[in-house]
Write a protein that binds this ligand. Structure first.
Ligand SMILES: Cc1ncc(COP(=O)(O)O)c(C=O)c1O
Length: 367
């Protein structure tokens, strides 16, 4: 006897990247920051008293929201704190899209989006990105043609790392008739010289919601804390109606507040990741891989042309992924159209990246 709703019965759940806990594994598969969180976070953790857990947390995480509002130069009511970015994604769907309505996604992108849409019983419209992973000139018109109530775009794009300018996003927000979620999970790794800033769009457009997470830039993936920035017509229904009553816990509120208050420490890690990103890209290209230009903390690398040892590039990519895994290095392989001949590699520390490069070089030499 199955008690599941029929759409839940039909669907397949989200496949998380592997999270092994054996020591010695080099983990370049889930885009975590390879450097530790700020010492201010460690100090706040050490100061936490078990008695602080006796009471419920602040329902809306107001201490955190105040800091986030100051940082982004918006009102506190323009900020919603959530239990990871994934909770915010689920909240926007349940708040703004009815069962049977359509959610549009740029394809390919974060594979959780269609899963969340299916849970809600929504239709998913996939708008293909162009060969260079950019959005076509008629992207917004195509979103509108699907009748979507909500669209997800991730910027910098995952899994390629391509950055779309805020001006281009403004054009899309202007034309799109639904809610545009700009998922900025990887925003902290953008080269500051590019002066990217899409938060201002939330003041110009009441249909734009920006997702930020503490998981990547702030080295707190294990904490589960993120936030959204938007006009109050988007934040308030989630803050006061659809959010779980205590959706973020005492510990995560304290540590996320400490982290966001000490951005300078996190920024040192972002710069190191950028330096390594450039070095690893060049090294991969020297080995014959083709990498998209990434403004994120990962690279999407197309394997070199398959030689006689491999039937085709897809089998070569799959084998490289598996051989790396057997050798204790985890990266991500996506068994989906346009990605089967590519490997997505998170930027690690210098030593981790060297290990990766040395292994790939040895596979290419067939040793
Ligand atoms: C594109 C994208 N958006 C959102 C998230 C959610 O991150 P979290 O739930 O850790 O905040 C991730 C995590 O990998 C992601 O890759």
């Amino acid at each position: 006897m199955s008690y599941e709703r029929s759409n839940i019965k039909r669907m397949t759940g989200y496949a998380s990247g592997e999270q092994p806990n054996q020591p010695g594994i080099i983990k370049l598969n889930t885009n975590e920051n390879p450097y530790p969180a700020s010492p201010a976070v460690a100090a706040a953790l050490a100061d936490l008293r078990v008695d602080s857990l006796r009471r419920y947390p602040q329902p809306l995480a107001n201490d955190f929201r105040r800091i986030a509002a100051q940082y982004h130069q918006v009102g506190i009511d323009n900020i919603i704190a959530t239990n990871g970015g994934d909770e915010l994604l689920r909240l926007v769907i349940t708040t703004f899209v009815d069962v049977g309505e359509t959610i549009a996604i740029a394809e390919p992108s974060y594979s959780l989006y269609p899963v969340l849409a299916e849970i809600q019983g929504c239709e998913v419209a996939r708008i293909d990105l162009q060969d260079d992973w950019s959005m076509a000139a008629d992207f917004a018109a195509r979103l509108n043609a699907t009748g979507a109530k909500l669209a997800f775009v991730v910027n910098p794009h995952a899994p390629s790392g391509l950055l779309t300018s805020a001006e281009r996003l403004a054009e899309i927000a202007q034309e799109f008739t639904g809610v545009l979620v700009i998922d900025e999970a990887y925003v902290d790794f953008i080269d500051p010289d590019l002066h990217y800033d899409a938060v201002a769009l939330t003041k110009r457009f009441d249909n734009v919601l920006i997702l930020r997470t503490m998981s990547k830039g702030y080295s707190l993936a294990g904490l589960r804390f993120a936030y959204g920035i938007a006009a109050t017509s988007l934040t308030e229904p989630m803050l006061y109606k659809t959010r779980d009553s205590y959706n973020t816990d005492v510990i995560s509120q304290v540590l996320a507040t400490a982290a966001l208050s000490d951005r300078a420490a996190a920024a040192v890690s972002w710069e190191k990741v950028r330096t390594e990103r450039a070095r690893v890209k060049k090294a991969l290209e020297n080995l014959g891989f083709q990498c998209a230009d990434s403004q994120s903390n990962f690279l999407l690398a197309q394997v070199p042309s398959a030689d006689a040892r491999y039937e085709n590039s897809e089998l070569m990519a799959r084998e490289f992924y598996q051989r790396l895994k057997d050798d204790g290095i985890l990266i991500r392989y996506f068994d989906q159209p346009r990605l089967r001949d590519k490997l997505r590699i998170t930027i690690g520390t210098f030593d981790e990246n060297q290990q990766l490069l040395q292994h790939l070089e040895s596979y290419l030499r067939n040793t």
